[in-house]
Unconditional design. Structure first.
Length: 459
C-alpha cells in the first residue's frame, strides 16, 4: 500500500493488508475447509452405514427364508413395500418372466451375491439349490430423500456453526497475538526524535515480537549514539575551535599591520602555527570520538616514553611566555597495546591541561612502570568540579579556552580499560595518573633519564 493511499485512509492501513484481518480470514478458510471435510466424511460414512444396514437386512431375511424353506418347501419369499422376493427356476424356459418390468431392467441372470443398482435398490441373489435361486430386492423409495435432506440440513447447520466459531476464535487469537505488535508499532511511531526508546525488549516476551523489539532497540540505540555524537561534535567543535580560529584571525590582522609598517611577522606566524597545531589535535580527537564503533578497542602499539617526549616538545609553546618550568622524568620505558594516536591524544590532553592552567611554578611529568603521572602547581579543581569531570567542557576557573578537558581522557580510558585518577586541591595544583592495564604494558629497552624544560623552552 502506497503512502498516498494510507494518507487518504486517515493514516490507517487498508483492511485488506491488515495482519489481523488476514489472520481472521485464514481461520475462517481453515474452519470452512475443516467443516466441509468433516461434513463430507460424516455424509459418506452415514451412507456407507446405511448400505451396510440394508445388506445386513438382506442377509438376515434371506437366511430366515432359507430356514423357513427347509421346514416348508412351498414357503413364499418376503414380499412387502420394502422387501420383494422372487424364486427363479433355472430350468424354466423364461425364468424371469414373472419379474416386474422395473426389476427386469435392473438386472437378471446374476451370480450369487449382493448388488446395489441405485441408492434406493439393493439385490441379494442366493442359490437355494442347484435348480432354484432367490432374488430378494430391497427398495426404500420415498424414505431416503427425506432422510438425505435432513442429514444435509444438519451438516450445513453444523458447518455454519463451525465457521462462526472459527472466525470468532480467529478474531480473539488475532487480537491476542497482534496486541504486542500493535503496542510496539505505536511505541515506535510515537517516539520523539530526541527521546528514542532504548528499553523496549524488556516489555515483551522472548518470541518473534520480542526479537523485533530487540532489533528496534538496537536500531534506536545506534540512532541515539549517532545523535549524541552529532550533538557532541557540534557542541565541542563550536566551543573548542572558536579560540584557535580567533587566534588565527587576530594574528592575520597583526601580520597585515606589521607588513604595512615593514616589521617582521615572526611572532604572529608562531601564534598561527600554534593555533593550527591546536586545531589538528582537536580535529584528530573529534574524529576518533565521533567514529561509529569507536567503543571497540583499536589495535596497535605505542612506545609511551617516546610519545611523552614528543608531546612535551610539541606543547612547550604553551609555557614559553609564562614563568613555568617543565620537568620530564623517565623512570621506565614500555609499550602499550594501543594505536599511537590514541595514546598521544590521551596523554596530550592531560599535558596541555597542565600547561594551560599553570600560570607559574612547575609541571612535572613522570613515566613510571605501567603509568604516566602529571603534576602541576596550577589553580587546581574543587570537589564539585571533580565530580563533574565526566561532563563535557568542564575545566578550571582559569580556563583560556584551549583543550577538550579531562573528560576526553576519561572517555578514552573507559574504552581501553585504563585507570584514570585525579587528586586536586584548589590553589595547590593537580596530580593526574594514567595507569595502563597490566597486560597492556609491554616492557621495552631499559633505561632512565631526567630532563628539564624551562619557560624559555631550553633543554
Amino acid at each position: 500500500m502506497s503512502a498516498e493511499q494510507q494518507a487518504m485512509n486517515g493514516g490507517r492501513p487498508d483492511i485488506r493488508y491488515s495482519l489481523r484481518f488476514r489472520m481472521i480470514v485464514a481461520f475462517g478458510i481453515a474452519g470452512l475447509l475443516m467443516g466441509m471435510t468433516y461434513g463430507g466424511i460424516v455424509y459418506g460414512y452415514l451412507h456407507r452405514m446405511e448400505d451396510r444396514i440394508l445388506e445386513n437386512v438382506l442377509e438376515l431375511e434371506s437366511e430366515a427364508y432359507v430356514a423357513r424353506r427347509k421346514v416348508d418347501p412351498e414357503a413364499k419369499p418376503p414380499f412387502n413395500h420394502l422387501l420383494q422376493g422372487f424364486i427363479v427356476d433355472r430350468q424354466a424356459e423364461a425364468p424371469f418372466a414373472h419379474f416386474p418390468e422395473l426389476f427386469q431392467q435392473l438386472g437378471t441372470d446374476l451370480e450369487p451375491g449382493i448388488y446395489e443398482f441405485t441408492a434406493n435398490f439393493h439385490l441379494k441373489v442366493l442359490e437355494l439349490d442347484t435348480r432354484y435361486l432367490l432374488y430378494l430386492y430391497h427398495s426404500d423409495t420415498g424414505v431416503e430423500p427425506l432422510d438425505d435432506y435432513a442429514l444435509v440440513s444438519v451438516l450445513m447447520y453444523a458447518l455454519v456453526m463451525v465457521l462462526v466459531l472459527t472466525i470468532w476464535f480467529g478474531f480473539l487469537i488475532a487480537r491476542r497475538l497482534i496486541a504486542p505488535l500493535t503496542q510496539l508499532s505505536a511505541e515506535v511511531a510515537h517516539a520523539e526524535p530526541d527521546q528514542l526508546p532504548t528499553d523496549m525488549a524488556g516489555r515483551y516476551y522472548p518470541d518473534e515480537v520480542g526479537n523485533l523489539a530487540r532489533a528496534f532497540e538496537g536500531a534506536m540505540t545506534r540512532i541515539n549514539q549517532f545523535i549524541a555524537r552529532e550533538q557532541r561534535f557540534t557542541r565541542d567543535a563550536s566551543h573548542e575551535l572558536r579560540t584557535p580560529v580567533t587566534v588565527i584571525r587576530g594574528a592575520a590582522e597583526l601580520i597585515q599591520k606589521q607588513l604595512q609598517h615593514g616589521q617582521s611577522p615572526a611572532a604572529p606566524l608562531r601564534r598561527i602555527q600554534r593555533a593550527v597545531r591546536d586545531m589538528e589535535n582537536i580535529i584528530e580527537t573529534f574524529l576518533y570520538l565521533g567514529r561509529e564503533g569507536s567503543q571497540s578497542v583499536a589495535k596497535g602499539e605505542a612506545q609511551v616514553d617516546v610519545v611523552v617526549e614528543n608531546l612535551v616538545e610539541a606543547n612547550r609553546y604553551l609555557i614559553e611566555e609564562k614563568p613555568v618550568t617543565a620537568r620530564l622524568a623517565i623512570h621506565s620505558r614500555f609499550r602499550v597495546g594501543a594505536p599511537e594516536p590514541v595514546v598521544a591524544i590521551t596523554i596530550g590532553n592531560i599535558l596541555r591541561n597542565a600547561f594551560q592552567y599553570t600560570d607559574q611554578g612547575e609541571v612535572v611529568l613522570q613515566v613510571l612502570p605501567g603509568k604516566v603521572v602529571v603534576r602541576d602547581s596550577g589553580a587546581g579543581l574543587s570537589r564539585h568540579q571533580l565530580t563533574l569531570l565526566k561532563e563535557r567542557n568542564v575545566r578550571g576557573d582559569q580556563s583560556r579556552g584551549f583543550g577538550l578537558g579531562l573528560s576526553i581522557v576519561h572517555d578514552f580510558c573507559q574504552r581501553h580499560g585504563w585507570r584514570f585518577e585525579i587528586v586536586s586541591e584548589p590553589g595547590q595544583g593537580t596530580e593526574v595518573t594514567l595507569a595502563f592495564e597490566e597486560g597492556d604494558a609491554i616492557p621495552a629497552s631499559t633505561g632512565a633519564g631526567v630532563g628539564g624544560i624551562d619557560g624559555d623552552g631550553e633543554v
